[in-house]
Design a protein. Sequence first.
Length: 283
Amino acid sequence: MEGFHSKVERIILPKINTIVLIIGAISFCLPFWWLLVNSFDEMANLGLKLPPVLWFREGSTGFANFINAFDAIPIVRYYLNTVLITVTVIVLQVFNCCFAGYAFAKGVFPGKRIFFILFLATMMIPFQLYMIPLYLVMNETGLVNTLFAIILPGIHSAFGVFLATQYIKGLPDSIFEAARIEGCSEARIFFTIVLPLSKPVIATLSVLTALACWNDFLWPYLVLLKESNFTITVGVSMFQQQNGGYMGNTLAVALLAIAPVVILYFFLQKFIIKGITTGATKH
């Protein structure tokens, strides 16, 4: 009996786990494959078929859906707006998070632990709770319908501060003590020691921030009114509302919107996984 249990644990369970993981991977990848196939299928504009089409049909595949999408909306403009917002938010958010992380990790000031806990507690406040007050502030300052209305709320991140704090805590105190003995100011220590040694967390935070900015929809949808200021997610939504009957064109636009995110995740997934698992172990 004992040998049977040992055989089950060594041979059968690993195979079952592999089968379950394969089924899970297929279930996640299948919608993306369906999107890819139908975005190139001109017949999709006549209506989606049941059962769904999961392979390229001969004689009905081409770039007509993408050409129609480019003719209907300024996709390049949407891309440029989104890239500008994403890059700006990454630079400002990474700098602010590392700066605050250095203060919480190595700084000495009264109530540091309490302030840190209160700061992290803001992660539990849903965006929908302060969305209207934030909109009113942006409206009063005249920033509604500008890219600044998206950039400014994105330059801080409680999770980013937590990520930076956990990493900088692991840096040896002797480095900072030696720098202070040599007469370095805190600003010089931050720029010449903390930032160069924090490249892993900077890369991780940059990737996570890029994904969040690119996929953000609700806030840009609220504050952007002119089509020339739309991000790619808002542009896709508007296109779907206006051309919902032509699913092939809509799926082509959706593919163009998610392609950069999928490519980014494919090449930089190790940083995403590292960001998710950071804090699971003690420094």
